[in-house]
Design a protein around this ligand. Structure first.
Ligand SMILES: [Zn+2]
Length: 93
């Protein structure tokens, strides 16, 4: 069964039956789209759940002592469970 043979056969149907066929085809397309949209929505929702973690890793850390931003390339120093910049770490140690 090829598309062409189906099309040829469909064209031989009375117009009322052809419109029924068209409606059936359209509704099958709509349900395909609906499930696609649902999948996209679920993927987006899953992404949203993962997003806060991703934000945490990209947000610059701030020294808890002086409030200075700790650069991306700087290793944050941990002093008594507080993240501090290198200068404050030296001062506090
Ligand atoms: Zn500091």
């Amino acid at each position: 069964m090829t598309l062409k043979s189906i099309q040829t056969a469909a064209m031989q149907l009375p117009s009322q039956e052809r419109s029924q066929l068209a409606a059936a085809l359209l509704s099958s397309l709509e349900s395909d789209n609906a499930s696609e949209l649902e999948t996209m929505w679920v993927e987006e929702a899953e992404g949203a759940v993962l997003a806060p973690e991703a934000v945490v890793t990209t947000v610059l850390k701030v020294c808890e002592n002086c409030g200075q931003t700790i650069g991306k390339l700087e290793t944050p120093n941990v002093w008594k469970e507080h993240i501090v910049c290198a200068a404050c770490y030296k001062k506090l140690a």
